[in-house]
Design a protein around this ligand. Structure first.
Ligand SMILES: Cc1cc2nc3c(=O)[nH]c(=O)nc-3n(C[C@H](O)[C@H](O)[C@H](O)COP(=O)(O)O)c2cc1C
Length: 392
């Protein structure tokens, strides 16, 4: 495996390049790709460059206070690891490896329902807090069982993702034959070369038992972990709606975070449903293409909730400066998905640690260059937004 240390890896794009080298095409594109024409995918990152900084110079900031709290939980920096399904395809025991690194860095790991590792093992792997992300795949009873297990295992918040009534069309996955490969239909044979071209990954993966199943989705009818192959159809059959929030809240009995909010209307609805936080998210541009970039949607959501709930955001965060801009626009913290997924694919735990380290040191440097003493001091006065944003 290639070194993830500098000078080989200086930024997140370097981790992306190494992940592309180690992972089969279908796996890399599963991480890297977006929906349809990937318009929002490009916009999620580009928008950060349209917001400019307004530094306060000749200010000495020897020590920055990066830490904050999210739902009252202290974190060492306002950067959390987003739920990324099937991380175990990127590296052996991928979810456990990523959770461990989040804990070591003093931040929160959010485990996807579509994890390849058992939620109990993931929770044990981290010394920090962990949240469980909920889809209703496999049906309500399977979701209830997962909620009960997550509660018993010590997950401290439930993240309900509301932007996935159907899987987005990821054109790269279609071209790579991802569905055929997962379902192991005869159509897979023309796509197998991708795995043979990456023998290192193949050996790692063959040595890691338990692939091709979701061990946290166990429908009582079968008593068996849900198979990968059936997931697209299952998502469509189990759309989460506002009507579900009542029973989910009751079953969980703890803080609920609604992920996938892009408008003030949905944000207000989430508050009415008792959400402790919302995540402004377009699912990393993997669902509905040409929705707004998340940074652009953030001010509307922040204004709509009027401080009644915490606002988190994700999408396109690749640098510490991006983190600072999101905080200036009212986010309590950001979630990163691909930034650490590239790291996991490039170099397992060392790659995730490197991704976190890059973002953290970038963020620290940004605060110092801004002349800002800490996360809680960041506000709109440190940035300028495009004129077109101001007229609304
Ligand atoms: C490969 C991949 C898998 C994902 N799986 C899930 C998931 O299972 N559940 C979920 O709520 N979000 C999922 N997401 C979305 C992330 O939680 C997050 O919203 C997104 O990655 C943020 O954008 P970024 O990748 O640009 O940081 C996934 C994202 C990626 C890249």
């Amino acid at each position: 495996m290639a070194s993830v240390a500098p000078p080989n890896v200086v930024n997140i794009s370097d981790l992306r390049r190494l992940a592309e080298r180690r992972l089969p095409r279908a796996v890399f594109d599963y991480i890297d790709g977006g929906a349809d024409g990937e318009v929002t995918l490009a916009e999620n990152t580009r928008v950060f460059d349209t917001v400019t900084f307004r530094p306060r110079c000749a200010v000495a900031i020897p020590q920055c206070e990066l830490g904050t709290t999210v739902l009252g939980m202290p974190v060492s920096m306002p950067i959390l690891l987003a739920p990324v399904g099937s991380s175990r395809m990127f590296y052996p025991r991928g979810e456990e490896v990523a959770a461990q690194q989040a804990g070591l860095a003093g931040t929160i790991y959010i485990l996807s329902t579509l994890s390849g590792c058992r939620l109990e093992d993931v929770k044990r792997a981290t010394s920090g807090p962990a949240w469980y992300q909920l889809y209703l795949v496999g049906g309500r009873d399977a979701a209830r069982a997962a909620i009960a297990r997550a509660k018993a295992a010590g997950f401290s918040a439930l993240v309900v993702t509301i932007d996935t009534p159907v899987a987005g069309l990821r054109e790269r996955d279609v071209r790579n034959g991802t569905k055929e490969l997962l379902a192991r239909t005869p159509g897979m044979f023309q796509h197998l070369w991708q795995f043979l071209a990456r023998p290192g990954w193949l050996l790692d993966t063959l040595g890691d038992g338990g692939l091709m199943k979701f061990p946290n989705v166990v429908p009582p009818e079968t008593g068996q972990p849900f198979p990968y192959a059936d997931i697209t159809v299952a998502l469509e059959q189990t759309t989460v709606t506002w009507d579900d929030m009542g029973w989910i809240r009751e079953a969980w009995g703890g803080p609920i975070i609604i992920k996938g909010v892009l408008t003030g209307d949905d944000a207000r609805r989430a508050v009415d449903e008792g959400a402790s936080a919302v995540v402004v998210s377009n699912h990393g541009a993997r669902q509905l293409d040409t929705v707004s970039s998340t940074l652009r949607a953030l001010p509307e959501v922040v204004a709509a909730v009027q401080g009644r709930t915490e606002v988190l955001m994700d999408g396109g965060v690749r640098r510490g400066g991006d983190v600072a801009k999101a905080i200036c626009l009212g986010a309590r913290a950001v979630l990163v998905g691909r930034a650490y997924a590239y790291g996991l694919g490039a170099g397992g735990g060392a790659g995730v640690a490197r991704a976190i380290e890059i973002l953290k040191s970038d963020y620290t440097r940004t605060l110092k260059l801004l002349g800002c003493p800490g996360t809680s001091d960041l506000d709109r006065s440190y940035i300028d937004v495009p004129t077109s944003w101001k007229s609304q």
